[in-house]
Design a protein around this ligand. Sequence first.
Ligand code: F6R
Length: 240
Amino acid sequence: MRVIVCENYEQLSKEGAKLFASQMILKPNSVLGLATGSTPVGLYKHLIEMNKAGEIDFSDITSFNLDEYYPLSPENDQSYRYFMNENLFNFVNIDKARTFVPNGLSENPEEEGKNYDELIEKAGGVDIQLLGIGQNGHIGFNEPDVNLITGTHLTDLTENTIQANSRFFNSIDEVPTKAITMGMASIMKAKKIVLLASGANKKAVVSELLNDHITTNVPATLLKLHPDVVLICDKEAYGA
Ligand code: F6R
């Protein structure tokens, strides 16, 4: 795992955006794996600016998002589909028909998961996957557990995640308790992975990435098995 320590969130966002932009320039029909949450917002802002400036082109890009709350309609303003439209897709020249987010209203989440993984494979696999990290070490919504699941699946969110995500809702009771998430193997199959971590509240979990241990109690540590991961963190998350 390569580690880039940035001065602050703004620099982290720029560094992350540079990697995505380079990928898109080298391969204009890239398949991007995308994430929601607060961390990638700055990176998306830079991609929007670069697209407006004519430096990067989304017209041949396909994207797959990591996860979606369940059950939740894509029109709901708390959905991750809505988030992606508002933070990236509405402002760049991407074909929305080629932007995929798990269907939070699927009546058969098991089949939804299987189809989602098949779609990714048919698209040629993810070229570059963006990840944030939960304070509990989750990636996507692969929560700490003895067993982790390989493919895209329906999962229960832990109390810790519900608590952390309640900041986006009026009250904690409104936070969905389940989500459909890409599984650990779905994520690990990406050719390149860019993991972002910002802020002092990520310091403890980032320290778990910097040692040489792997544990399903901190799912992100499994990324140490991937041959091409870049961790971009700010000084606060790195503990410098
Ligand atoms: C989002 C996702 C989550 C977040 C993580 C960190 O699609 O899958 O794993 O990346 O919860 O969230 P923030 O960036 O809000 O700290």
